[in-house]
Write a protein that binds this ligand. Structure first.
Ligand code: XIL
Length: 488
């Protein structure tokens, strides 16, 4: 597939837009009729969206032609992660020869359905193509940075969150870095990858992603925590941490999981559960994971690693929410019920103060028995029937993604201030001669001069400190625009 085929973000499908509007209207009506019932959303994505979050799945391009599979994907999820299609061996099989065909299939499908895309993954010791596996030193460092730059640039504007670096820490009790060819290029390789990713796609959230960083008392968790803390203190660009959360008998769901989520969040990053699967798919364990995420304001999304049990990389463990025939399992019902019982997003801002300077607990200490910090405590009062007004304002930043003689494409990231928004508007004065021809994930009023973009029905709600993006295409040039944002 050529670059041209994905170089313009597509408008969100009208069917999906109507469905979202209907869900919002239905949910609002339901809340008014049954003040004590938080929600009656009937799909995972719709329920998560009501709480300012996403619920996603890892999907495979070669299954998009299976109707049972694709029906579940389209119905249930509002985010997807390519399970293998964006990995280094898939996107750069020969050095400097990039292939995006299968990844594009997933990205284009997601965009047509109005779903977010998690990019997975730019730099990793595993699933490297042969040419990279045999590289070392500065040549490898350059090749890795080139890969990050090329792939993140190609998908600029289409990725909600990138797993920039995956699985850089060792298992076991050392807390050391994994000994990989990438690590041997120098301890600063992770930082270099994040800086390159930010430069290539300034609108995407940049995540560090790993497994076995779920248990707060494990050395590997502390090592990842210290990396994020160090990056935040030194201003290295990082926006999120991904906890893969593959739970099984060797690495079970830990009772201190909520402490881990809230501790990462307190560093000032989003927390995402990126590859959730649970051996045996205990409904109670799934329910606990969802409850823990909902209790932490900056836990902004959950992705299950596959759709049906037979799609799973660990299919013998039956770890997912749908059986091999596509039927909902008890774990599905538990997840949906837990999502629906969740309170609306907290309206207070996540902590913006400097991260704690005290050392984290020793890695051998038993899990903390105290309640999680107040910023993450689940609300105990019944959710209000209407969302509280968002008085904390918002900010907006515009990124020109593409330009050509006579036209341009721009993305705008809207970030809520100290309280959640229920609705927002961004105004921007276009350069003379420029005109908006098309907008997605927002509604434009006016096309020349000062244009006002208001939220679409499904993205007015933004949690405090979190963000959403919309885009538009125009004629003329789009340089030098200064957006201003207002929220209610
Ligand atoms: C797995 C895929 O699910 C398999 O299809 C593939 O054969 C191997 O990789 N951590 C990750 C994922 O970050 O990319 C892995 O996905 C699972 C573990």
């Amino acid at each position: 597939m050529t670059d041209q085929s994905v170089s313009r973000p597509r408008r969100r499908g009208p069917r999906a837009a109507l469905a979202s509007a209907a869900v919002v209207a239905l949910a609002a009506g339901t809340a008014l009729l049954f003040a004590s019932a938080a929600s009656a959303a009937t799909t995972l994505g719709a329920s998560a969206a009501e709480r300012g979050r996403y619920f996603g799945a890892a999907i495979a391009a070669n299954k998009l032609s299976e109707s049972t599979y694709v029906n579940i994907v389209n119905r249930e999820f509002n985010s997807v992660t390519p399970e293998n299609e964006m990995k280094i061996d898939a996107t750069e099989p020969q050095q400097n020869q990039f292939t995006f065909g299968n990844a594009d299939r997933i990205v284009n499908h997601a965009i047509s359905q109005g779903m977010a895309v998690r990019g997975h993954t730019l730099a990793w010791h595993s699933q490297q193509p042969g040419w990279m596996q045999s590289m070392e030193g500065s040549a490898l460092r350059q090749a890795m940075l080139n890969h990050v730059t090329q792939v993140a640039t190609y998908y600029r504007g289409k990725i909600d969150s990138w797993d920039v670096v995956n699985e850089a820490f060792d298992d076991g009790n050392s807390g050391a870095r994994r000994n990989s060819n990438l690590q041997r290029t120098g301890n600063d390789w992770i930082e270099a990858a994040f800086r390159a990713a930010r430069a290539a796609d300034p609108g995407a959230k940049l995540c560090y992603n790993d497994y076995n960083i779920d248990n707060w008392s494990w050395a590997k968790t502390q090592a990842a925590y210290n990396l994020v803390r160090d990056f935040k203190q030194r201003g290295v660009p990082i926006d999120c941490v991904g906890l893969q959360s593959h739970f099984n008998s060797g690495s079970p769901y830990p009772s201190n999981y909520r402490t881990t989520l809230s501790s990462f969040a307190a560093l000032g990053v989003d927390v995402q559960i990126t590859e959730l699967d649970i051996e045996g798919a205990s409904a109670n364990t799934y329910r606990s994971v969802v409850a823990d995420c909902l209790a932490v304001a900056r836990c902004n999304g959950i992705t299950v690693w596959g759709v049906r049990d037979c799609d799973s990389w660990r299919s013998s463990q039956n770890p997912l929410l749908f059986d091999c025939s596509g039927n909902k399992k008890p774990a599905y019902d538990a997840v949906l019920a837990e999502l629906n019982s969740g309170a609306p997003p907290p309206t207070t801002a996540p902590p913006t103060t400097a991260p704690p300077t005290t050392a984290p607990p020793p890695t051998t200490a038993p899990p903390p028995t105290t309640a999680p910090p107040p910023t993450t405590a689940p609300p105990t009062t019944a959710p209000p029937t209407t969302p509280p007004p968002g008085g904390g304002g918002c900010s907006a930043a515009v990124y020109q993604l593409d330009q050509w003689p006579g036209g341009f494409v721009a993305n705008v990231r809207v970030t809520a201030g100290s309280s959640a928004t229920n609705a927002w508007a961004v105004t921007m004065t276009l350069p003379s001669g420029a005109a908006v021809t098309n907008a997605w994930n927002s509604q434009a009023s006016g096309s020349t001069g000062t244009v006002r973009f208001t939220n679409a029905p499904w993205n007015g709600r933004i949690n405090a400190g979190q963000s959403t993006t919309f885009g538009f295409q125009g004629t003329g040039t789009g340089s030098g625009m200064t957006p201003s944002c207002s929220a209610s």
